[in-house]
Structure formats: C-alpha cells, structure tokens
Design a protein around this ligand. Structure first.
Ligand code: MN
Length: 137
C-alpha cells in the first residue's frame, strides 16, 4: 500500500495533534507523516511543555511519549486527565517496550490508546485516526 492509497480526511477543519516527545528524530518522523495525512501538528519536548501546550491549544489528540524530561508521561497524562479543561482530550501513550504492565498502566492513568515503541509512522497515523473516529461528536 502506498501513501496515495489512503484517502484524505473528510474534516473541513484540520484535526490537531500535539506530539509530546523528547526524541527529535521521532518528532520529525511522526509530524511529517501526520501532516501528510492532513493533520495540523504541534510539538512539545518535555512533559511540562506538553501540559502547557495542551491547556493553551486544546488539541484533538495528544501523542504522549512516556520517557520524557521534567514531568514524565505518566504524570503528564494524570494531570491532564484531572484538569476539567483537558480531561476530554484523547491521549495515546508511546512507551519504549512492549511491556504488558505498561499497557495496563496506560489504561489505569486514563490513556485512550497505547503504542509500543518503536512505532511504525503509519501505525501512529492509524491510531490517531481510530481515536478521532470513536470520539463522540
Ligand atoms: Mn522519550
């Protein structure tokens, strides 16, 4: 399957994705892929910046790396899910290993999705699309 096989998003407004990830290469790969499929992308390099940007911009979806500086991803998710202004935003956790315990913890802290790294860029796009599709209008 090529990139052209996937249809453009039907939304008139570009859905926004906030990528919270300390690895620059990953940010570039995920943001490039998401922009290609019509998403508007914002980026944060650590948990503190991620929380600030989430509150300021209220993205449609957050991709949250768990191993990030200042405030780790678990803590960042819990703070965002406890804050009434950001609790509704779906969050997909990105964790370094396919650990069953991490999947359980992701659900426990309120994540809406989970991807084990290294993630295929296409898998990231598919997960974001899945999240947006099941989100109540
Ligand atoms: Mn990381």
């Amino acid at each position: 399957m090529t990139l052209r096989d996937m249809t453009a998003l039907p939304h008139e407004r570009q859905p926004t994705v906030l990528i919270v990830e300390d690895n620059e290469d990953n940010r570039i790969v995920y943001s490039t892929m998401l922009r290609h499929f019509g998403f508007s992308v914002d980026e944060a390099e650590n948990g503190a910046e991620g929380i600030l940007k989430a509150r300021a911009t209220l993205p449609d979806v957050i991709l949250m790396d768990i191993a990030i500086p200042l405030v780790d991803g678990w803590e960042a998710v819990q703070r965002l899910k406890k804050d009434p202004s950001t609790a509704h935003i779906p969050i997909v956790a990105l964790t370094a290993h396919a650990m069953p315990a991490d999947r359980e913890r992701a659900i426990q802290v309120g994540c809406d999705g989970y991807l084990a790294k290294p993630c295929e860029p296409r898998a990231v796009v598919e997960e974001v699309k899945r999240i947006l599709a099941i989100r109540p209008a």
